[in-house]
Unconditional design. Structure first.
Length: 305
């Protein structure tokens, strides 16, 4: 099992240049710095889609060598996204990385029914969080895609997250279903959904994990807090996957952990034909590098490498 971001980077490097990563709109300093760092660590080969002249001038200014990369000239965000998606859809690349473009434009290309990477599965987002104060990494979902998930959608979000945990070698993880309270309350939808998800797991409808909840955040990650509140749930305090009640809660928790707690992160979209690495344009080169490594391991787990 991979326990740190550094271990994940080292594992991804084992696949070397076999892992081909297409970058949509690569003409950005943080993106190119991440590409340079990935090349130094032996993680992947790159197909850089975007404004070729700008890629050349920025890489020269940054001291990043792109001579070993394929550079595909594309003008505008829509063209850059479409060309990068095409490279992955055709099998020329196995991982798609969002560069410097609007998320909506990027996702329209990914989710295009004719030329995109959809395969009929539900699409969701899982982000891996490595926090300085924690003794393990956590998986948070969904922080970027599904706005107000229904009960059935929450089930699918869990199943998608299990594909990410599997890529990192985590077997039978504990899912902590987050809510406002650790008590089931008919007026709090998140708590009743948590009970329903536990019942589904008990009936074998959500295999490959153990589900606990509803949990307030402290009950999900702190055994001491759970015991202090008198909880006898053996899973309380031991969550590996944190299932947010909705996108607002998930996104706020995700960015709060990054900006207030100094957490390292790596996020990806799950449910597409190939791993899609979704970053914010504001993310650092380190975050983009971590996400590349996660994408490579997901591609390997799916037999694409």
């Amino acid at each position: 099992m991979i326990r740190t971001m550094d271990e994940m980077l080292a594992k991804a490097a084992e696949y070397g240049e076999r892992a081909r990563i297409a970058v949509a709109c690569a003409h950005d300093c943080e993106v190119l710095k991440a590409v340079g760092r990935a090349q130094e660590k032996g993680i992947g080969s790159f197909l850089l889609v975007g404004e070729a002249e700008k890629i050349a001038s920025l890489s020269e200014r940054l001291g990043v060598c792109v001579s070993g990369c394929s550079v595909i000239d594309a003008r505008g965000e829509a063209e850059g996204a479409a060309r990068a998606v095409e490279l992955v859809a055709s099998g020329e690349a196995q991982v798609l990385l969002k560069g410097f473009l609007d998320t909506g434009v990027f996702l329209r290309a990914v989710l295009n029914k004719e030329t995109g990477l959809v395969n009929g599965d539900m699409i969701s987002h899982t982000v891996l969080m490595d926090m300085p104060a924690a003794d393990k990494m956590y998986f948070l979902t969904d922080a970027a895609m599904v706005i107000k998930p229904s009960l059935e959608e929450k089930k699918q979000i869990i199943l998608n997250a299990l594909r990410v945990t599997s890529a990192l070698g985590l077997e039978n993880p504990i899912v902590g279903v987050l809510a406002e309270s650790e008590k089931v309350n008919p007026k709090m939808q998140a708590t009743t959904d948590a009970q329903a998800l536990k019942d589904m797991a008990a009936q074998g409808e959500i295999p490959g994990c153990r589900i606990g909840g509803p949990y307030a955040l402290d009950n999900a990650i702190s055994r001491r807090a759970a015991e202090h509140k008198g909880m006898d749930d053996p899973l309380a305090g031991h969550a590996d996957i944190l299932l947010a009640p909705d996108l607002a809660a998930g996104n706020i928790l995700y960015k709060g952990l990054m900006y207030f707690a100094g957490s390292k992160a790596a996020g990806a979209i799950v449910g597409t034909r190939a791993p899609v690495v979704l970053n914010s344009r504001a993310d650092t080169d380190e975050t983009k590098l971590n996400a590349m490594a996660l994408g490579v391991l997901m591609a390997a787990e799916r037999g694409l490498l």
